[in-house]
Ligand binder design. Structure first.
Ligand SMILES: [Zn+2]
Length: 530
């Protein structure tokens, strides 16, 4: 009761600032619940891209946009084609034989390594390709770190450690706040830029924050990638993962010790080691090329209508997969039917408002987030509205039903002026602002807002809290992250989710109404494109 009063009083005082009251309306709750219920139903089959369930999902979202009176954002269409390649790669005899100066080692697919090729070609054939241990595989001028210095890796296979040196030595990089250089995806990108033939990232459970079983489940089959105009031929011919055990054997075969190289790799000025070991790599690619789709709609602004605030929420999930307790549909109610429901509920709030914001609002539901942010990555490479006129991206990924919280987790704290808008909106709800505690695993890089940050657009990531009003209930609402039992229940307490919906509506409205576009802070890793 005390909490409700706090919100009520705060909202009375803030009406002038945000044009909105935060008092929850039953109609909004019913609409929000209904969207989750529909999108997370078995009928939508877990919303896997490139299936019939994709068609059902994107048509549903486009219809909702239309019903709300929003305009199509891509000419007269609500859809943006996103060209994807779906690849399953097999190693010959499921093996790779390492010929080292000291000995020969046979590594087995799935158990020791998992590889795939994003190239639009049926085969990979490498003869006697040499291995190079490149430490963390990082080229970061701003941290004075270059593992590729003086190295020519053309035609070679690089092996890189996961995470960044700050994970082991807090005085390096950003200490325990993992940088993008720590991500496996960065290691793949850098190896491609360096012209390597292949890249293997060493899996170690602690710095990865997940086990080898997760690597197996995520990459052994059906790898979705964007298909570039160059047919991905500018990428390494194969990429993948290798276990720490297998790499220890590989290094021993070349006359090196994993522990010794690992110790050296953590020191500034480390020199990469070309190994006395090579292998023939023979892979066959089973591939399918097809378009998936982003769904996008616009609410035109007034005097600044050529500038935009973007709301994003990915519509995709895993579809039908390995059954757990007899259930094979990965419904993704929290991840991310709830985010799409938040986006739609906010769109509804905007269209109900007589007063339009000054800037236009782009509502963008992206595809293939679960396959590493592909829909949003494609969007920033092929934007529907100019990037330099985009004020901010406000992203939703999992508005978990845990009831109301006294605080608000802000995933982007300290990076840009969007924080000021978040803090103001949160205090109008009587909530304090706290930073996400999960920085070592790089949670910042794990949803679609990051695609926008990468190209210089300030982002907002504000939902949930740590300090719940009903602590017992919040605990009971256990997470069903990436499991078939991430399902909607009428018993869900969505009051907290709805607080976050109103909050992000207010944040977006005030950014869209401000005199200037929000800027990055001087110490941020990103800069606006001029
Ligand atoms: Zn998600």
């Amino acid at each position: 009761m005390k909490y409700i009063n706090k919100i009520y009083l705060a909202s009375v005082f803030s009406l002038g600032v945000f044009h909105v009251a935060f008092a929850q309306q039953p109609a909004d709750e019913a609409y929000f619940r209904n969207q989750i219920k529909i999108l997370a139903s078995d009928e939508f089959g877990g919303r896997k891209p490139l299936t019939g369930d994709e068609d059902k999902t994107i048509n549903y979202i486009a219809d909702e946009f239309k019903k709300l009176g929003l305009k199509p954002a891509n000419g007269d269409s609500y859809f943006q084609d996103v060209p994807l390649i779906n690849v399953t790669t097999k190693a010959k005899n499921n093996q790779i034989t390492i010929k080292g100066a000291k000995s020969k080692v046979k590594l087995t697919s799935y158990k020791d390594f998992i590889v795939w090729s994003a190239r639009n070609s049926k085969k990979v054939d490498l003869k006697n390709a040499q291995f190079v241990f490149v430490g963390f595989g990082i080229n970061a001028p701003e941290y004075g770190w270059d593992d590729y210095k003086g190295l020519d890796v053309k035609g070679k296979i690089v092996i890189a450690l996961l995470n960044d040196p700050g994970y082991y030595n807090p005085s390096l990089f950003r200490g325990h706040n993992m940088t993008y250089y720590g991500r496996w995806i960065y290691k793949f990108e850098e190896a491609s830029r360096q012209g390597a033939a292949g890249v293997l990232v060493i899996h170690d459970t602690k710095p990865a924050s997940y086990g080898w079983n997760v690597v197996q489940a995520s990459w052994a089959e059906h790898n979705l990638e964007l298909l570039s105009d160059k047919k991905n031929l500018d990428q390494v011919s194969f990429k993948g993962w290798i276990t720490k055990d297998a790499v220890t054997k590989l290094l021993a075969a070349s006359g090196n010790s994993y522990d010794e190289l690992f110790e050296k790799a953590k020191e500034k000025g480390f020199k990469s080691v070309s190994l006395a070991a090579n292998a023939n790599i023979n892979l066959t690619n089973d591939l399918k090329v097809a378009n998936s789709h982003n769904v996008a709609a616009i609410l035109p602004g007034t005097d600044l209508k050529d500038e935009y605030v973007i709301y994003t929420a990915h519509w995709d999930h895993f579809g039908v997969g390995k059954p757990i307790n007899g259930d094979s549909i990965y419904n993704g109610a929290s991840d991310n039917a709830s985010g799409v429901a938040a986006l739609l509920t906010i769109a509804k709030k905007y269209t109900e408002q007589v007063q339009r914001p000054r800037r236009s609002i782009l509502f963008l539901s992206v595809t293939a987030e679960e396959a590493v942010l592909l829909g949003s990555q494609y969007y920033v490479e092929h934007p529907l509205v100019p990037l330099d006129k985009t004020a901010a991206d406000i992203n939703f990924d999992g508005i978990a039903p845990r009831g109301r919280s006294y605080d608000l987790i802000i995933g982007s704290k300290g990076d840009s002026e969007t924080d000021d808008y978040v803090i103001r909106a949160a205090s109008a709800q009587g909530r304090t602002v706290v930073t996400s505690k999960e920085q070592t695993s790089g949670s910042y890089f794990r949803s679609d807002h990051f695609s926008f940050a990468k190209v210089g657009i300030p982002v907002v990531l504000a939902s949930g809290g740590f300090d719940y009003v009903d602590k017992e209930a919040a605990k009971k609402t256990s997470r069903h992250y990436h499991q078939p039992d991430d399902e909607y229940h009428d018993s869900w307490d969505v009051k907290g989710s709805l607080d976050d919906v109103y909050l992000n509506y207010a944040i977006g409205f005030s950014i869209a109404d401000a005199d200037k576009l929000p800027q990055w802070n001087a110490n941020a890793s990103y800069k606006r494109i001029k």
